[in-house]
Write a protein that binds this ligand. Sequence first.
Ligand SMILES: C[S@@+](CC[C@H](N)C(=O)[O-])C[C@H]1O[C@@H](n2cnc3c(N)ncnc32)[C@H](O)[C@@H]1O
Length: 283
Amino acid sequence: MPKNKRPSRQAGRFTPSNFSGQHLIRDKSLVRRMIELARLSPQPLMLDIGAGAGALTLPLAQEGWQVLAIENDPRFAEKLRGKIGEAEGIRLVGADFLEMPLPRKPFGVVANIPFAITTAVLGKLMDHPAVPFRQGVLIVELGAARRFTSDPVTQARILGWRMQFDLKLTEPISPDCFSPPPRVQCAILTVRRKKEPLVRPSDHARFMGLVTQALRVPGAPLHVVLGLWFTPAQLKHLVKLLRVDRSAPVGALNERQWAAVFETMIRHVEPYRWPKAGGLSKR
Ligand SMILES: C[S@@+](CC[C@H](N)C(=O)[O-])C[C@H]1O[C@@H](n2cnc3c(N)ncnc32)[C@H](O)[C@@H]1O
């Protein structure tokens, strides 16, 4: 049995489930749409994460991009190698994206990623602002796209991404665009690095330390949570600045308000009271 195929019981028999998320794009208009979106902020180098049989790899190269295609299933990698042949501008890596080193020069991503590792893939691209990821056009589960883009943001990790990047649920896509069709609705998620991040990249780890602790209980009242670090007088000033009720849930703050909380902490709270920097995955 291939490494990534988990057996599942179906109609009394063991059948391999599609654990690697091998839902290949079969609708060419979807490929054209993704390329159109990628052109809005082009990078010379594009990563196709989970390249499969090359539905995106080859059209991207034909449009003039240098493409780094990554595929960890050796059968697909071999098939794709044959298809690429002498085509220029494509490098194929047969590896697990989550384990491989990332390019050091700026890059974008255009990919139909396996849904099972969506958060891990996005984390590898966006947890650390020093990673030179600039923009992405990604097919993800509709539910995940909603979670990444909706307000309020109650998960520290997603908040961290949104301080550095604009994430947008661009459009829903029908499962019929894929073969075999996934059981869930899908969407195009576009990501673009902000020109002006809401927190300086050099402060990102410190910011993550604050929000990881502050959002442990997103429903807790703001004054109770922020009272861990701010004095009553500082808190009074902060609540006024944020224009919120001091009893509002801490998880109701938006990105700009979090930027203001952080800035106020750096300016007015004595460093020995700051929460420990952290909350980042390993690179
Ligand atoms: C949803 S399919 C997309 C295939 C192709 N890009 C397309 O759109 O037709 C996801 C692909 O990712 C590959 N894959 C799964 N996990 C991976 C990983 N950790 N690293 C690299 N590729 C992976 C699967 O083998 C599969 O080919």
